[in-house]
Write a protein that binds this ligand. Structure first.
Ligand code: HEM
Length: 225
């Protein structure tokens, strides 16, 4: 009895923390898609939404705390999960695998973005992303594409499951079948195009090695030696 109640409570905390963080990740992934319209559009959009998600109250209550709580719940629920007789369906498996990838990289990603901004006063912005892709293309192309696609899938599927768990009626078509996969495929395509734009594949970009973020990495952090 106690275990079932605990598991229900854990699932509830995971759902609520996921929904809270989804406000940020939805804005954030939209920002990545907007990059296809140019560096000015990407930075302009980010400078409009940043004061919201970096407002101390929002950054703590809607970004940082929900993220840590959500990852902690995931670790506990994986530890508690009994071995399944048959593997879960593809959608649930993709949700778990994308969640594992995000849990693995999100704290390093936050350190390389928000951390650099707090330590050196330099927000990465379009230029910082284009630097990383020029500096280590074999790592950052697949990494940003995975971050974007895993983020998209985990946010969309997670939101439908969390709303259902909270008793909100979510039409079945929203989480399976063509009306689920088609929008995901289109949004996924927009994200990949957005990531390619940081590398200068859509339009000409400034020299990626000549900007404040590149200087922090190559000189202040000594990564250029
Ligand atoms: C859903 C997947 C993703 C998650 C969970 C995530 C998480 C985060 C977090 C927690 C921050 C710090 C936010 C803050 O300032 O408080 C951040 C910042 C940032 N991320 Fe991501 N990220 C994701 C996808 C991406 C992608 C795909 C890119 C680009 C390729 C990206 C580029 C950036 C940049 C440039 C910043 C700095 C934002 C700013 O200065 O305002 N992120 N990310």
């Amino acid at each position: 009895m106690a275990t079932t109640t605990n598991n229900k409570r854990l699932a509830l905390v995971q759902a609520v923390s996921g929904l809270a963080f989804a406000v940020f990740s939805t804005l954030h992934l939209t920002n990545t898609m907007v990059s296809a319209l140019g560096p000015g559009a990407y930075n302009g959009f980010q400078r409009v939404i940043r004061p919201f998600y970096q407002h101390p109250v929002v950054e703590i209550l809607l970004v940082a705390v929900p993220l840590v709580v959500h990852v902690a719940c995931a670790v506990i629920s994986v530890k508690r999960r009994p071995r399944a007789r048959k593997p879960p369906n593809l959608r649930l498996r993709l949700h778990r695998y994308s969640g594992y990838f995000l849990a693995l990289v999100v704290f390093g990603h936050t350190a390389a973005t928000r951390g650099i901004m707090l330590a050196f006063g330099v927000p990465p912005e379009f230029e910082g992303l284009s630097f990383s892709m020029a500096w280590m293309p074999q790592m950052f192309y697949p990494y940003y594409a995975m971050l974007a696609l895993c983020g998209l899938y985990h946010t969309v599927y997670g939101t439908t499951q969390s709303l259902r768990l909270l008793g909100v009626r979510v039409p079945a078509a929203m989480s399976r079948g063509p009306r689920f996969w088609l929008p995901l495929a289109i949004l996924g395509g927009c994200l990949v195009v957005g990531v390619l734009s940081f590398g200068g594949w859509l339009y000409a970009i400034e020299d990626p090695m000549q900007n404040d973020y590149a200087r922090v990495y190559l000189e202040e952090l000594g990564m250029g030696e």
